[in-house]
Write a protein that binds this ligand. Structure first.
Ligand code: COA
Length: 260
């Protein structure tokens, strides 16, 4: 698959999708959103891909938001479908059964922050700035930002960021639990690889179960969440990988999972 606004590469089970509109700070226009949807679906169906990494081209921005010049020209009905498409993309990413890591290499604003929040893990460079500045444009987040941030960090922070519109530093995002790691810009790739490699080597059914039980479980009541956990736990126990993982532990050797 080839794209105008994305670069994609798979290496050692890690599939990196780079959003590539650096002259516009990787802003998400409709075409880029559509390409991203196709690229993620493609990677999700590829057995060689075990982890997906999303990042932005250049050293300034991850994604500086939805494309403001396109937003300006939209009719209300087009704006509704733009918001729904963006939401569908973010929800599809969050519900993937492969881990998705955001490598936040600069500005993650508006749709960029919403994209990062839809990923399962986030690594930020010290140069990153995260925020929801839509209010300054007379609009509001439309790709799930009001919903995911409040779930992740509570309404105190979600309302401060969305109402104030001011971005926060990567260090502050780390203190608030919004990102998993903060590293120097030239260490970002290494840090992402260090996070991704154990996930490539892990038993896929265990990874799928953890993602689903954790994320879907958080949206349902505890009893239903625990039932989901039990079902996924039992499924893990039906795999050859469970036999391998437990045997390897007892034999005092590293496990070699086969995805079966
Ligand atoms: N949509 C469309 N174009 C954007 C954009 C966006 N979200 N963010 C940046 N750009 C464009 C700028 O218009 C500029 O294009 P130009 O060179 O053709 O004029 C180019 O990217 C570089 O941006 P610029 O503003 O000159 O860089 P800066 O370093 O001075 O400021 C930001 C960087 C991120 C602070 C600033 O670009 C910004 O505030 N962007 C908008 C963020 C936002 O509101 N996002 C939510 C959108 S809903």
């Amino acid at each position: 698959m080839s794209f105008e606004n994305l670069a994609v590469v798979t290496r050692g089970g890690i599939h990196t999708i780079t959003i590539k509109r650096p002259a516009k700070l990787n802003a998400l226009n409709r075409q880029t959103l559509q390409e991203l949807y196709a690229a993620v679906i493609d990677a999700s169906g590829d057995d060689k891909v075990r982890v997906i990494v999303l990042t932005g081209a250049g050293d300034k921005a991850f994604v500086a938001g939805a494309d403001i010049s396109e937003i300006r020209e939209q009719s209300p009905l087009e704006a509704r479908s733009f918001s729904q498409f963006g939401q569908n993309l973010m929800s599809m990413i969050q519900s993937l059964d492969k881990p998705v890591i955001a490598a936040i290499n600069g500005y993650a604003l508006g749709g960029g922050m919403e994209l990062a929040l839809a990923c399962h893990l986030r690594v930020a460079s010290t140069t990153a700035r995260l925020g929801l500045p839509e209010v300054k444009l007379g609009i509001m987040p439309g790709f799930g930002g009001t919903q995911r941030l409040v779930r992740l960090a509570g309404s105190t922070l979600a309302l401060e960021l969305a109402l104030g519109g001011e971005p926060i530093t990567a260090e502050r995002a780390y203190e608030l639990g919004l990102v998993n790691r903060v590293v120097a810009a030239d260490e970002l790739e290494n840090a992402v690889q260090a996070l991704a490699k154990p996930l490539v080597a892990a038993a896929p059914e265990a990874v799928r179960g953890i993602l689903q039980a954790t994320l879907q479980g958080a949206e349902i009541n505890l009893e239903a969440g625990l039932a989901l956990e039990t079902a996924r736990f039992a499924l893990c126990c039906a795999t050859e990988d469970m036999q391998e993982g437990t045997s390897a532990f007892l034999d005092k050797r590293p496990a070699e999972f086969k995805g079966r």
